[in-house]
Structures are given as C-alpha cells and as structure tokens.
Design a protein around this ligand. Structure first.
Ligand code: BTN
Length: 255
C-alpha cells in the first residue's frame, strides 16, 4: 500500500503514506478513535475512493491530487476548534506559494481558488475519544489533476496547479511543505488562535462585495463587509450586520 514517493520531513509525529484509501479523514478518525496517536499524526494518499467534502458532499479525488489529513488535539473549547480551518487555509496557501510560486485566494470559509476556480477544499471534523476531543483537518489539492478526470459536477469550476502553471508540479514536495506549514501554524495557533487573522483577511476575496449566503438549504442575498476576529464573515443582510459562522457563499459578479 505504499505511495511512490517519500516525504523529506523532520518531525516527531508519524506521516502515513497510502496509495489508495476511501477518505484520509475517515481513516484517520477511525485510527484516532481506537489508538493513542501523537498530535500532528498525518495521513497522505494519492487517491481517495470515497473523498468527503463539506455539507455532506463527496469530494472527487482522482490520481494527480494531494489528499491529506492531520490530527490535532485542540482542547475542549469548540470555538477554538472552529478557527483551525481558516488557519489551515492560510498554511496551505503558504505551502503552495513556496513550492509552486502561485498565490491562491481564499473564499470564505475555506476554499482556495485560482482565478475564481476551486483549487483546494478543506474539511475539519471534530470528535471525542476516551474523553479527549480531537480534530482531523482534511485537505484536498488539485495538483497534477486532469480536471476532466474530476466528477462532472465540479469539472467546470475546478482548476489544478499543473493546468494553471502549464507544468507538472512536485506533489511530494508540496505534501511535505503543507505538513511543515501546518506544523508551524499550529504551534502559533496554540498560543493565539488569531495568529493567521491578518493574512487570512488579505487573502480572502469574499469581502467588500455582493454574495449569496447559503445555510441549511436557505439562500439569502448579502453584502460581505469583512472578517471578524473569530474568522466569521460579517455580512449586511436587510440593513443589519450579522456574524456568519456556518454555511457557504457564492460570489456574485456583474451586479
Ligand atoms: C470541500 O471542499 O467541501 C472540502 C473538501 C475536503 C477534501 C479533503 S481530501 C482529504 C480529506 N479527506 C476527505 O475525505 N476529505 C478531505
């Protein structure tokens, strides 16, 4: 079951490499529930057969992409755990910038985009085992993915790093950089969950514009004003400011 690359990393927690898995998040959650794993334990896969996305959706995960999950013990406060995903988004942007010299945008709360197309999705799931809360941060990046091999529902709105740059990218180097940047970010995050706030605000393309907010199947028009100190979206809806912590947005153009 070994992947064809090795990761050049110097860290205490193990990185497990798999060629095929249903979902790195499902795999790591099950492992963390039955054994005592080190904080930072990571799983990297070359392909997922049952990749999962936000809102119960599937996440198309063919060969060429990078699929990884990292275990974190965030403490008991749920509001702290909620800040992991935006910080992970910033860490992945740093890694992509370092390895591929490409600067993705962030679409609130946690999609990475290149020229408006989706490059990366992040799904953080939290659970409790033996009385201790743990979170699994799952990251899927279209690295050398042929977008025609993606599910037809997402093909037209997706992009890969190879397509964007016009050349094959080093998936192993990117995997190592994402894990390193996550390790660094998590060390800062333990001291201050707002460690990534200013960078997140700079990278986020969802503000100062008209958006459609969708939550639990309900859509509302809103004006996205900014990002608050807990990474929630501040939106003006019918003249009132609301701090949105859940759901997703569609960026409205040409209005
Ligand atoms: C989304 O865009 O809706 C989130 C997608 C998250 C995908 C990653 S790939 C690695 C990890 N394993 C999964 O099954 N999902 C996450």
């Amino acid at each position: 079951m070994n992947i064809s690359f090795d990761l050049d990393l110097d860290r205490a927690a193990r990185v497990e490499l798999l060629t095929d898995v249903d979902s790195t998040n499902t795999y790591l959650k099950a492992l963390a529930a039955k054994s005592e794993l080190a904080d930072g334990y990571a799983v990297v896969a070359a392909r997922q057969t049952g990749g999962r996305g936000r809102m119960g959706r599937s996440f198309s995960s063919p060969e060429g992409g990078l699929y990884l999950s990292v275990l974190v013990y965030p403490g008991e406060e749920l509001s702290r755990a909620a800040t992991l995903t935006p910080c992970a988004g910033v860490a992945v942007c740093r890694a992509i910038r370092r390895v591929c010299a490409v600067q993705p945008d962030i679409k609130w709360p946690n999609d990475l985009l290149l020229q408006g197309r989706k490059l990366c999705g992040i799904l953080t799931e939290s659970s409790v085992s033996r009385g201790r809360r743990f979170a699994v941060i799952g990251i899927g990046v279209n690295v050398n993915t042929k977008t025609r091999s993606l599910d037809e529902t997402v093909r037209d709105v997706a992009v890969s790093l190879a397509e964007h740059t016009g050349g094959e990218q080093d998936c192993a180097a990117l995997a190592a950089a994402v894990i390193e940047e996550l390790d660094k970010m998590l060390a800062e995050w333990r001291r201050d969950t707002r460690c990534c706030l200013e960078e997140y605000r700079r990278l986020c393309v969802s503000t100062d514009r008209e958006v459609t907010l969708t939550r639990a199947g309900n859509s509302r028009r809103a004006y996205a004003v900014g990002i608050d100190e807990d990474y929630a979206l501040i939106a003006r809806i019918n003249g009132q400011l609301e701090h949105i912590t859940m759901g997703e947005i569609t960026l409205r153009t040409g209005e």
